[in-house]
Design a protein around this ligand. Structure first.
Ligand code: NIG
Ligand code: FE
Length: 421
């Protein structure tokens, strides 16, 4: 370590000789502009919870620097902390019975129309105390965290009345406090029609707009608003009203769009300035065009595709042609995607949706950050980004997609601090 002078960089921690998947376009090969922004045998320094310097060993040699902590990181890869941008992981009970029914041939829509599906989980979620709900949900968040997830989105949507929606969002908040992860809380009151409003869907939408949304916003329990726009859920017109109200309250919106049928969800998301439109298996060309114009991120959820044995693929080739950013997520939920493994979702995105490994990794870093409106702050290893890091013993990050059940980070850093393991 060299003497500290006025010009000396004073860092909290530095990794020497690491391979970096920076995600920064500046480091991409001109011929592979959507690559990982790789820097081999490089240096990463952090200070005050932020990335302070990134560069080569040669550049470092010509600088004055000092660091409280120096890690020799030859053979390690550092990626941005993974960002899980779409989950429903706070819920009571389980729906293994529906899993079995689907294996016998029942469809998700049939089960839902017969009073199962989201409403079945609503009953179990309402019945659970806040502490019980936390006990049931925390292991799912911890499973994601153990794989290097440092930012986690969690939706409500199984309470479907004000008290129970608030209970879910408080549990999401407590998960953030207990794990140290950044938890982004999303209000999904328009997930399904609760039975007490049977035959009165318009009344429920009014209740969401006039009572639930303002109360949740006033309690600062939501960072964003989502809705399920689908023939078994809410219409386009209802979704639009909910989103208008959300935006009046200053909350960004994201949409469950075109999952089971084409409901012009992508177009609606674009019209409403949504950050992302997720699922998109049945999205129309017009929806994709509008998403491209408005910079809406496409949220790909291969776990739901897999569990539902969907055959209609999301229009990946068109999304690529239109330069629509692709995010990848588990959709962790008890019905259509009981998967608390983002690495598994990344593998599925490659195998089933034919994403490249680089696309998949960008889908859980830089593009997931965009889907959450956090791109200024995280998702890449650039100077100024929050020092959320996942450190891996790999030959190349492509292994994270190619090999399932093998990899765990050797260290996780949250805002510059080593995470408890
Ligand atoms: O993203 N599509 C709506 N919501 C979830 C499913 C929720 C459930 O079945 O409990 C989804 O697939
Ligand atoms: Fe979902």
């Amino acid at each position: 370590m060299k003497a500290v002078t006025a010009k000396t960089h004073a860092w909290d921690r530095v990794w020497l000789g690491a391979n970096l998947a920076t995600g920064a376009p500046a480091y991409n090969d001109r011929h592979a502009p959507a690559g990982l922004g790789e820097l081999r045998d490089a240096v990463l320094a952090i200070k005050d919870g932020r990335v302070a310097w990134v560069g080569s060993r040669q550049q470092l040699d010509s600088m004055q620097w000092a660091a409280t902590n120096v890690t020799l990181a030859e053979g390690l890869w550092i990626t941005p902390g993974l960002i899980e941008c779409h989950t429903h992981l706070v819920y009571g009970g389980d729906r293994s019975n529906e899993f079995a029914a689907r294996l016998r041939g029942a469809t998700y829509e049939e089960i839902s129309r017969a009073g199962g599906g989201i409403v079945a989980t609503m009953r179990a979620t309402r019945a659970a105390s806040e502490d019980r709900l936390l006990d049931q949900s925390l292991p799912r968040a911890m499973a994601l965290a153990a794989e290097g997830v440092t930012t986690l989105e969690i939706k409500s949507g199984y309470g479907l009345d004000l008290d129970n929606e608030m209970k879910m969002l408080r549990v999401a908040q407590r998960i953030g406090e207990l794990t140290g992860l950044t938890v982004i809380k999303t209000f999904l009151g328009a997930h399904a029609l609760p039975p007490e409003f049977a035959g009165r869907q318009e009344d429920y939408v009014r209740h969401v707009c006039n009572d639930m949304l303002p109360a949740v916003a006033a309690a600062k329990l939501a960072d964003a608003v989502d809705a399920f726009c689908e023939r078994i859920a809410f219409t386009q017109e209802q979704t639009r009203r909910i989103f208008d109200r959300a935006r009046e309250l200053g909350l960004p919106v994201r949409l469950h769009a075109d999952q089971l049928s084409d409901g012009s969800g992508g177009e609606l998301a674009a019209d409403c300035g949504a950050l992302s439109a997720d699922h998109l298996e049945h999205a129309s060309e017009r929806s994709l065009q509008r998403m491209a114009e408005r910079g809406v991120v496409a949220g790909l959820l291969p776990g739901a595709f897999y569990y539902l044995r969907e055959t209609q693929l999301p229009p990946i080739a068109r999304l690529r042609e239109l330069n629509i950013p692709l995010a990848v997520s588990t959709d962790c939920n008890p019905g259509t995607s009981p998967i608390a493994s983002l690495l598994t979702a990344m593998n599925m995105a490659c195998v089933m949706f034919r994403l490249t490994a680089a696309e998949s990794l960008r889908g859980v870093t830089v593009n997931a950050a965009r889907a959450l409106g956090l791109a200024k702050d995280r998702g890449t290893l650039e100077v100024g980004a929050r020092a959320d890091l996942a450190i891996w013993r790999l030959r190349h990050p492509e292994q994270l997609c190619a090999e399932v059940g093998v990899h765990r980070p050797v260290e996780i850093v949250l805002a510059g601090k080593r995470a408890r393991s």
